[in-house]
Design a protein around this ligand. Structure first.
Ligand code: UD2
Ligand code: MN
Length: 612
């Protein structure tokens, strides 16, 4: 018996064990080879370790490989979820229509929701929508009709387009590049220089290299040796430029029809002219493209850039408009002049202040800065910056001190009076910049205020406070479409604020309906906002948690998280929010009933009626 048992064990080992070990070995070998062969291999991100300036290396690498694994699948639309517009061969939406674009953020499942939240964390805009849009999508031509009649000279200087980026979303970056190639005469584009400012995301590694190699021949990709910040990264890029004009763009733009010729033409006439397009708004939540009004650049004494109305005397719709300052991201300048004028202040770190510095310098040292109404470029305006300074420095403050000390003479005092922190903040050595100012024999700041920005008021000027207030005042006037209460069909309750009607951030709850109660009186505007008592708007916190609550917030007047689109569902309506891509619903929490949002579906908790 014992003998038999031992034999049967041996037999089993021979028959199953040995072949099993053999095949297991082959299998492991196969996968090893596969992995090292694959361009997106999980080993790939390790390459990025060497140039990573962050402390939490392992945390980041983990995140990178997670992202890498889910990347590209994110924007892919499953059968049945395809956008209802014209799509390219990959199913990404190509044509433009506000309603269709708003649909692109729709969340179909948990994976979508995760992707969207990841995108917000990394980029502060809705990456899910960006990934679902074609890289060649159409955008509305927002120019004044008169612009279309202008004929530009056939001989214009060539441009080097310089786009710096740090951790940009793959599709937003490539859409910027494609829009330039799609909407510029090719003989005017000498090259496009992409400057990768020490990005750590895997999709900006081999995947980007390969995409560039396969799809472009005028695009050069440079990598900064370490994180330089946007100011030094631009200098770095400009040093490689070979075109006659350098044109800077942020890495999340879409240039509009015939954007380049109007920027180059004034430079061809006088190379001291620096030109800026009108910056249209790409909504960070929905990617809806909205035209910007005609305004020009100014600043306040805290040295923050602001938009100013255009003085009536110079109210052009087509002609260039002289502007005291520029927003910073998008402009064109003769390359030699850019260097002659001192490029940028290389002592400035990461972000902020360089736009006022170059504006003051252009004007004070003999140049001219103009907004070109016939050139329009869309830019994703984010509500926050998704990156920080590696050493935690307040770079805006540091850079602004350098601006004040170098260019503003006695007027610098106004800045320091407003900014007590600035008095003690370390700002580095400015001797080179002071020498530059001497060498170029630049005018005083008083000259600049008197001649270029006479509209500017001083802080101790009574009129100034009045003007600031006027500028802050919401110029956006809505049309009310209907007013009444919003009734939840399932519970029969009505939406109302949890607190007073003027209390910001108050949660929206479901309470017994009471006719005429101000807390339940909603005004729907022609921009699809829901204003309570005509003051605050129903809004949602996006990308923060699983359970998203609705709250009251200051009306922004922009399409986005405050948009509520009523979609008929036989007996009642679903109320769709294009920013979160989900529908208004009732949520029960700690015994109370709240208004939240959830994935749109056939559920009675999402049905509402507007009772006028
Ligand atoms: C605005 C400008 C921006 C710049 C900034 C002030 C527009 C449309 N944008 O802020 O160009 O003038 O004001 O400094 O006028 N980047 C790097 N390295 C970094 C940080 C950022 O390359 O360390 C890139 C970034 O990926 C982007 C560009 O610099 O392409 C501008 O940064 P932003 O988009 O965060 O700045 P924005 O638009 O808030
Ligand atoms: Mn930007």
């Amino acid at each position: 018996m014992r003998f038999k048992k031992r034999w049967s064990v041996k037999c089993a080992l021979c028959t199953f064990g040995i072949p099993l070990t053999f095949w297991l070995g082959i299998y492991i070998l196969y996968w090893e080879l596969q992995l090292s062969d694959r361009p997106d291999s999980r080993r790939q991100p390790i390459k990025f370790k060497a140039r990573k300036p962050f402390k939490d290396v392992d945390e980041n690498l983990k995140l990178i490989s997670e992202l890498e694994n889910s990347f590209f699948k994110s924007g892919d639309l499953e059968e049945g979820n395809k956008p209802n517009g014209k799509t390219d061969e990959k199913g990404h939406q190509e044509d433009y229509d506000v309603v269709k674009t708003q649909e692109l953020g729709r969340i179909f499942n948990e994976k979508d929701r995760e992707m969207r939240d990841h995108g917000y964390k990394d980029h502060a805009f809705n990456q899910l929508v960006s990934d679902r849009l074609s890289l060649h999508r159409k955008i509305p031509d927002t120019r004044n009709e008169l612009c279309k009649e202008i004929v530009y000279p056939s001989q214009l200087p060539t441009a080097s387009i310089i786009i710096c980026f740090h951790n940009e979303a793959f599709t937003a970056l490539l859409r910027t590049v494609h829009s330039v190639l799609d909407r510029s005469p090719s003989d005017l584009i000498y090259e496009i220089i992409l400057v990768d400012d020490a990005s750590i995301f895997a999709h900006l590694g081999k995947k980007l290299d390969q995409y560039i190699q396969k799809n472009f021949y005028k695009v050069k990709l440079l990598k900064t040796p370490q994180r330089l910040g946007l100011i030094r990264a631009r200098i770095y890029g400009a040093n490689f430029a070979k075109g006659q004009v350098v044109v800077f763009l942020d890495s999340h733009c879409e240039v509009n029809t015939q954007w380049l010729q109007p920027l180059l033409a004034p430079i061809a006439v006088d190379y001291h002219t620096v030109t800026v397009p009108i910056i249209d708004m790409i909504n960070p939540d929905t990617f809806v493209y909205q035209p910007s009004p005609l305004v020009r650049g100014g600043f306040n004494w805290g040295l923050h850039f602001r938009w100013d109305p255009i003085p009536v005397s110079t109210n052009h719709t087509v002609q260039p408009i002289k502007t005291p300052t520029m927003a910073g991201g998008l402009f064109a300048m003769n390359k030699t002049y850019f260097h002659q004028l001192g490029a940028y202040d290389a002592g400035m770190n990461i972000w902020g202040g360089e736009n006022l510095e170059i504006s003051f310098r252009i004007w004070q040292c003999g140049g001219s800065l103009e907004i070109i109404p016939c050139s329009r470029v869309g830019h994703i305006f984010r509500k926050r910056r998704p990156y920080s300074s590696p050493v935690g420095e307040d770079t805006m403050l540091k850079n602004s001190i350098r601006v004040a000390k170098v260019w503003m003479d006695e007027y610098a005092d106004y800045f320091f009076q407003q900014n007590w922190l600035a008095k003690k903040y370390s700002y580095g050595d400015i001797s080179d910049r002071l020498a530059l100012r001497q060498r170029l024999k630049c005018n005083s700041f008083k000259w600049y205020l008197d001649n270029i920005y006479p509209e500017q008021t001083l802080p101790d000027d009574k009129q100034s406070k009045h003007l600031e207030l006027r500028m802050k005042k919401d110029v956006h006037q809505d049309k009310i479409v209907r007013k009444g209460s919003i009734r939840h069909l399932e519970s029969g309750k009505c939406l109302q604020t949890d607190e007073e009607i003027f209390t910001k951030k108050a949660l929206i709850v479901l309470a017994p309906c009471q006719q005429g109660l101000a807390k339940q009186l909603w005004y729907e505007t022609d921009e699809s906002e829901l204003k309570l008592a005509s003051k605050l708007c129903m809004d949602v916190d996006v990308g923060k948690s699983q359970q998203i609550m609705t709250r009251l917030a200051k009306c922004t007047g922009l399409s986005g998280s405050q948009n509520w689109i009523w979609k008929s569902k036989d007996t009642a309506f679903q109320v769709y929010n294009p920013t979160v891509g989900m529908c208004l619903c009732s949520e029960t929490y700690a015994g109370g009933m709240y208004a939240g949002v959830s994935i749109c579906g056939e559920t009675p908790s999402q049905l509402f009626t507007f009772v006028t």
